[in-house]
Design a protein around this ligand. Structure first.
Ligand code: FAD
Length: 420
């Protein structure tokens, strides 16, 4: 079949690879000059099924008011974004009950775990270079933090296959000696042995390379202007800045821009853009930093080693489609990391930091939108929020299975025995 994938972010590129592997004739359309140039460009790089708890957990909702009015908070709502998020916000709140939150967390874990298994299979058959780490991640907790609450949540996730270990100070230092100067700050840590990390932009281009080797074509510098319907149940073609594109099946993977192209078809996707920041430093051979991703739960800060670079980041800001980089935010992120890794200041050129901002395509519940639409030849693979890199291979596999084998999951949760 001829399949057109709209969007060459990490989700679209992984989908293109899976579809090409199934023998389809795949064309990918993207407005940028390379795959993975928008939200998949400089994200946190965490490949973490352990992060599957959606943001609207009952505990977070209790702290929401305080977070919005705290100047140092990692959550901000720009007043201009308010009207565009009211409906979404109501659904976000509706998903914050214990029951809904747990159901969404399980759905996330299953897609993320399928993703990791799928990625490991791909690595067995193809060499992939994307500055990956495969030795787990660690979340460290300050003494006055919420470690007990977090460990309780880990126990719930464990039922669904997320492994974890609780570490004391000594065990933290065995894994990450770089924390020795600040170890007294921490009461303990949770270590997730199965988590991984890597550069999502490099990975996206690796997926595009593998897809191309299987015959997929990438139409870059090409904007999708309209998805044109033939009838109330079928798409006829896609109008692009370089002419019409016809295929048997279309996959919508335009990240935060998916709702804009879907709306004229009468499909209202509950996805809003949530801005986030990252800072990337070249380490120039300095190896005094962490060897695996470390998250500080007190500062809401993360440090992710990527080859000879360190990626740091955080923050969630509702600011519509504004991707402007605020250097103040970069300085705030760096400032927090220097409190954890003070030695870095004298070894690394902090002025060379690359500041970046991107838009997470967030659904109100958490899980992405993967599957069929009222149009028999239009499929969704979008709305992956803060976990798009983590879930990319899993939701790509599900999408290819829908298209190739007509395999549809009725309640959206990937069963434990989903065959790879
Ligand atoms: C600061 C930050 C940190 C993050 N950290 C992590 C993390 O650690 N782990 C994790 O799993 N996830 C993380 N995420 C989330 C993750 O980056 C996203 O979920 C993921 O990149 C979304 O991928 P996508 O392919 O759906 O979207 P995108 O990467 O945005 O891809 C969509 C593509 O569509 C193209 N496009 C859009 N409109 C059009 C159009 N009209 N015509 C043609 N092309 C178009 C764009 O050019 C783009 O290439 C983070 C996000 C941010 C912002």
């Amino acid at each position: 079949m001829k399949v057109a994938v709209l969007g060459a972010g990490v989700v679209g590129s992984a989908t293109a690879y899976m579809l090409a592997r199934d023998g389809h004739e795949v064309t990918v359309v993207d407005r940028c000059n390379r795959p993975g140039m928008e939200t998949s460009f400089a994200n946190g790089g965490l490949m973490t099924p352990s992060d599957s708890s959606p943001w609207n957990s009952p505990g977070t909702m209790k702290r929401l008011g305080k977070m919005l009015f705290d100047g140092h908070s990692t959550l901000k709502i720009n007043p201009s974004a308010m009207p565009s998020i009211v409906n979404w916000g109501v659904k976000f709140l509706a998903n914050s009950t214990c029951e809904r939150h747990k159901a969404n967390m399980i759905a996330n874990i299953r897609i993320a775990s399928l993703s990791l298994e799928t990625l490991r299979r791909i690595r067995k058959s193809s060499t992939l270079n994307y500055d990956q780490t495969t030795s787990g991640t660690m979340r460290v907790f300050p003494r006055d933090g919420r470690m007990a609450e977090f460990v309780q949540m880990c126990r719930e996730m464990q039922e669904w296959g997320v492994k974890f270990e609780v570490l004391d100070q000594e065990q933290i230092l065995e894994k990450e000696p770089c924390l020795k100067d600040v170890i007294d700050r921490y009461i303990g840590a949770v270590y997730f042995p199965d988590d991984e990390s890597g550069d999502a932009h490099k990975f996206t281009n690796e997926m595009a390379r593998l897809a191309t080797e299987l015959g997929a074509q990438f139409l870059l510098n090409t904007s999708v202007q309209e998805i044109v319907k033939e009838s109330s149940s079928s798409i006829s073609h896609v109008r692009t800045s370089k002419g019409d594109l016809r295929a048997d099946v279309y996959v919508l993977s335009l990240g935060s821009y998916s709702p804009i192209l879907a709306r004229p078809l009468g499909i209202h996707l509950p996805i809003v853009p949530v801005k986030g920041y990252s800072v990337t430093l070249s380490l120039n051979g300095w190896n005094g930093g962490p060897t695996r991703p470390v998250m500080d739960d007190g500062y809401h800060a993360m440090m992710v080693p990527m080859g000879d670079r360190l990626r740091m980041g955080g923050k969630a800001e509702f600011a519509r489609y504004n991707t402007k980089v605020d250097p103040k935010e970069g300085r705030r992120v760096l400032g927090d990391i220097l409190k954890i890794l003070p030695a870095m200041a004298s070894h690394v050129d902090l002025d060379s930091a690359l500041n970046w901002a991107g838009l997470r395509p967030m659904t109100p519940g958490g899980p992405p939108l993967v599957g069929p639409t009222p149009y028999t030849n239009l499929f969704l693979n979008t709305g992956h929020g803060p976990l798009g890199w983590t879930m990319s291979c899993g939701s790509a596999k599900m999408t290819a299975d829908f298209i190739t084998h007509g395999r549809v999951l009725s309640n959206g949760v990937v069963p434990r025995d989903y065959a790879l």
